[in-house]
Design a protein around this ligand. Structure first.
Ligand code: NAD
Ligand code: UGA
Length: 464
């Protein structure tokens, strides 16, 4: 078989961009991206390509180049399954919120539903690709469901986890450090693996396409995220020590990162990591380790999350302490709500937790983010469930101009490292704020000497 038709179930942050890249690089393959969320599919099909549901630099152009030619977005899941030679499962795998493993394990109900739907619809042999991040050995369950509920159709299961980071998704897809493809070590397993290797080989150098067994591939994805998050928690733990010892965390990061064994990337101290995956994947790793009775392994990784929660809390607490231990009724401007710059994704963003802490202290919080909508911000807060939706709306305001956020504010806190916050007219900000003008830099994007010269009471993560 040479793959001519691909179906991707799940048109989210991974499914959309990944399939757009495959469509762009493989003009001979028809790519159908399907989802049960009709609103999302409508947005992917919006005639104005700038209205697609995910903001990523370069993505709108990529979609514009292929949409309607060999890239299609639809809610007709069954039809796309039936036509496909290869099916990517790219649905969400959030942390379970109920039952066994609540708050820790990955919720695999969406994956299982996909498997059952594929089995009931398929009439020809297919290669099933796990694109979602899954606990190690999920392919075993998938195989059982597919083989026991299908009508004699043969399925090969591959694991092909995605390593793109949001905000740089297009670049990461175009030029990945590696592509990982896990498959069964049987003859048919190897053939299926080769089919997927051939697709990526259209633009990825062969030496960067790694093939492993399925379990190594599944586990490598959780491990990669755990190692990345661990680096952030490590540098964040040191940021607190720097603040009390007058060391500067950026200088420490530079000094240690110069050692090629350590490396310089992913050592930026921050208000805490966010995003849909780091926390979920580490909790999953902890859960899996515990379920095998490996309690020390579980405790080791859990500490990465404990440190991250501490970092978010300590930043919020610092704001309250500096503002004379009371923020009730005080206007506090939060610059940034997305979990990092160049994305409109807010899942697990540190800003949500900082805002929640300040709202508990009855602060009057005003938020500005260049890409996140007010509806999303309120929905994030409502989801936490700390207070009623009406109270969230009463206490927190969302504005579309940063100057409106900072006017007459007691304090400004930077929570996302958007470039526009570096170039904002900080003299004007200082003039418009109430005095003393407190500025809290949770992303280390501002120069501390120059901010102090402008008259700010300036605090920066990781600097005493
Ligand atoms: P997402 O929530 O943005 O998208 C998932 C989509 O799947 C949703 O639109 C949902 O409606 C759809 N869906 C769920 N069940 C379905 C079904 N039965 N049929 C059709 N559609 C269905 O999620 P995401 O951020 O794209 O993440 C998907 C997976 O990729 C997760 O496992 C995640 O851990 C992993 N991942 C995410 C990223 C990232 O940057 N977001 C990076 C690497 C890996
Ligand atoms: C991360 C991984 O980088 C991807 O490889 C992976 O595919 C993805 O998770 C996933 O599985 O979902 P992402 O969460 O999109 O990607 O973004 P990152 O750049 O990793 O940033 C995560 C969080 O860590 C952000 O809040 C960011 O601000 C924070 N961070 C990152 C720091 O605080 N300091 C750093 O030095 C780096």
């Amino acid at each position: 078989m040479t793959v001519k038709n691909i179906c991707c179930i799940g048109a989210g942050y991974v499914g959309g961009p990944t399939m757009a890249m495959i469509a762009k690089k493989c003009p001979d393959i028809q790519v159908n991206v399907v989802d049960i969320n009709e609103q999302r599919i409508d947005a992917w099909n919006d005639p104005n390509v700038d209205q697609i549901p995910i903001y990523e630099p370069g993505l709108a152009q990529l979609v514009a180049d292929c949409r309607g030619i060999n890239l299609h977005f639809s809610i007709n899941v069954n039809e796309a399954i039936e036509k496909a030679d290869m099916i990517f499962i790219s649905v969400n795998t959030p942390t379970k919120t109920y039952g066994i493993g609540k708050g820790m394990a990955a919720d695999l109900k969406y994956i299982e539903l996909c498997a059952r739907q594929i089995a009931s619809v398929a009439t020809t042999d297919k290669i099933i690709v796990e694109k979602s991040t899954l606990p190690v050995r999920t392919a075993e369950a998938l195989k059982k469901i597919l083989h026991n509920t299908s009508n004699g159709v043969h399925f090969e299961i591959l694991s092909n986890p995605e390593f793109l980071a949001e905000g740089t998704a297009v670049q990461d897809l175009l030029n990945p450090d590696r592509v990982l493809i896990g498959g069964d070590e049987t003859e048919t397993g190897k053939l299926a693996q080769q089919e997927l290797v051939d697709i990526y080989a259209n633009w990825v150098p062969k030496e960067r396409i790694l093939t492993t067994n399925v379990w190594s591939s599944e586990l490598s994805k959780l491990t990669a995220n755990a190692f990345l998050a661990q680096r952030v928690s490590s540098i964040n733990s040191l940021s607190e020590l720097c603040e009390v010892t007058e060391a500067d965390v950026s200088e420490v990061a530079k000094a240690i990162g110069a050692d090629s064994r350590i490396g310089s990337k992913f050592l930026n101290a921050s208000v805490g990591f966010g995003g849909s995956c780091f926390q979920k994947d580490i909790l999953n790793l902890v859960y899996i380790s515990k379920s095998y009775g490996l309690n020390e392994v579980a405790d080791y990784w859990e500490q990465v999350i404990i440190m991250n929660d501490h970092q978010k809390r300590r930043f919020a607490k610092k704001i309250v302490e500096e503002l004379f231990n009371t923020v009730a009724g005080k206007k506090i401007a939060l610059l940034g709500w997305a979990f990092k710059k160049d994305t409109n994704d807010t899942r697990e963003s540190a800003a949500i937790y900082v805002a929640d802490y300040l709202l508990n202290e009855q602060a009057n919080v005003v938020v500005y983010d260049p890409k996140v909508t007010a509806a999303q911000i309120y929905s994030d807060l409502d989801y936490l469930g700390t207070r009623s939706s009406d109270d969230n709306k009463k206490l927190l305001q969302v504005v579309s101009d940063p100057m409106e956020a900072i006017s007459d504010a007691h304090a400004v806190a930077i929570l996302t490292e958007w470039d526009e916050f570096i170039t904002i007219d900080w003299d004007q900000v200082q003039e418009r704020m109430l005095k003393p003008a407190f500025l809290f830099d949770g992303r280390r994007i501002l120069d501390s000497e120059s901010m102090r010269t402008k008259g700010f009471e300036f605090y920066q993560i990781g600097r005493g």
